[in-house]
Design a protein around this ligand. Structure first.
Ligand SMILES: Cc1cc2nc3c(=O)[nH]c(=O)nc-3n(C[C@H](O)[C@H](O)[C@H](O)COP(=O)(O)OP(=O)(O)OC[C@H]3O[C@@H](n4cnc5c(N)ncnc54)[C@H](O)[C@@H]3O)c2cc1C
Length: 397
């Protein structure tokens, strides 16, 4: 019997994990990526919970550990850089996780270890999808026509193909927070910890060490307009307007972003959908369920989704509908767990007034006290489950 053919759109963590596991379980795999070449860049992501088990099954735990960002802990600081409180970072799922890695390093590690035979096509996107009972036909911008048994959309939170095929089912929840991430030169004052500064006006400044001799910086602003529609210069100007008087290292970060090679702007938007598949088309990673950094665990869920999809399809054979339904059933509780945010979380995390900031600092002290820190540690336990991962069908294991 000829191998079943999967076309995957998007070559980041979800798409590459799906490629890895579908190929491992006997599929012919073609990956389409919009970018002209492998997309490096992106800041800290981590592998948590059941993601660690998937990483181990891929044989990549050591390879990812070697890319560790070198971060040793997480502290809240004041405008002079003095440490106000330290978040629990002991155990694999602390604020600084056992597997802290830069998005680009992580995606490249999966790419480098893909099983033989995965075809990756850069610089092409899907323009048309037609499906009949036996196959899905994918036409691309460059004129390719690919016939497949399965189409996996792993195009991230702003997936255009998802919007075309599932638009009526996409519920976008704007969390009202804009973030800009970028790499800036390291200075002598940067240490091995994630330093997190919160100030009035719903603003945060973050500095984190990396394994490339530079510093990863992030500015976050609540109640912000969506900056993702702006070009880079306008988006950075918008952040400069909000952060010029923020204090601590904000000015250094703003200046650093002006020349940073990999500025990434996001306006946090959850994607919620009642189903993640229709016929022979399914969604994976942020395209299906973006949880945003506010929920956390997006990279872990993207990684896990590739395994779960391939495992479910390996046991149901040509009964795709059944396999895709099982995939969804397994993934959904993990996603729901991080998408359900308490209403108070944004105003408390991003205080607007001096009083709000004072209360936030008191809350930080309480949360990180020896009494409450075991409870606080639960906030960073995402992609966590007591359920066993679905097995890979005997014919493919
Ligand atoms: C360059 C980059 C930098 C990032 N930086 C950060 C960061 O600093 N902090 C953070 O928290 N998260 C960041 N993210 C998001 C983070 O990677 C995801 O939240 C998470 O890892 C889930 O991954 P994903 O594979 O589902 O989606 P993503 O990582 O978003 O990947 C989607 C992939 O699909 C490709 N794509 C998009 N549209 C199409 C299309 N129409 N056709 C073909 N391919 C398409 C994209 O180029 C990308 O390679 C970044 C993502 C990217 C792509």
């Amino acid at each position: 019997m000829a191998a079943r053919h999967a076309v995957i759109s998007g070559a980041s963590i979800a798409g590459l994990s799906a490629a890895f596991w579908l190929r491992r379980t006997g599929w012919q795999v073609t990956v389409l990526e919009r970018a002209e070449e492998f997309r490096d860049g992106g800041q800290n992501v981590d592998v948590r919970g059941v993601g660690r088990e998937v990483l181990a099954r891929m044989g990549l735990a050591e390879a990812v550990k070697e890319q560790n960002t070198t971060e040793t802990g997480t502290v809240f600081v004041d405008t002079d850089g003095r440490v106000l409180a330290e978040l629990p970072s002991n155990g694999p799922d602390g604020a600084t996780a056992e597997f802290e890695v830069l998005r680009g390093d992580f995606a490249r590690t999966i790419l480098k270890h893909l099983p033989d035979g995965v075809e990756i096509i850069y610089g092409d996107t899907i323009t048309e999808v037609a499906e009949d009972a036996d196959a899905v036909a994918v036409t691309t911008a460059s004129g390719r026509v690919l016939s497949a048994d399965l189409l996996v959309l792993a195009e991230g939170v702003r997936s255009a193909t998802r919007d075309r095929l599932f638009g009526d089912l996409v519920d976008r929840r704007d969390l009202g927070i804009s973030m800009v991430f970028g790499t800036i030169p390291r200075t002598a004052s940067d240490d091995s910890r994630w330093r997190w500064f919160t100030t009035t006006g719903g603003r945060q400044v973050h500095l984190r060490p990396d394994n490339h001799g530079t510093t990863r910086a992030m500015l976050a602003h609540a109640r912000a307009a969506d900056v993702t529609r702006l070009d880079r210069a306008d988006a950075l100007a918008e952040f400069r307007r909000h952060f010029a008087d923020a204090g601590w290292e904000a000015r250094r970060v703003l200046d650093g972003f002006d020349t940073s090679a990999d500025v990434y702007v996001d306006h946090l938007t959850q994607i919620r959908m009642p189903v993640w598949h229709r016929g022979r088309v399914c969604l994976a990673g942020d395209a299906a369920w973006c949880v945003t950094p506010m929920g956390g665990g997006g990279a872990s869920l993207a990684l896990v989704s590739g395994y779960v999809l391939a495992a479910c399809l390996s046991t149901t054979g040509s009964r795709f509908e059944e396999g895709l339904a099982a995939y969804e059933k397994w993934m959904r509780p993990l996603v729901d767990d991080v998408q359900t945010l308490p209403r108070w979380i944004v105003p408390v995390a991003y205080p607007r007034t001096r009083l709000g900031l004072a209360l936030r600092r008191l809350a930080d002290k309480a949360m990180t006290s020896s009494l409450l820190s075991p409870l606080t540690a639960k906030f960073t336990q995402v992609a966590d489950t007591t359920r066993a991962l679905p097995p890979i069908g005997a014919a493919h294991s």
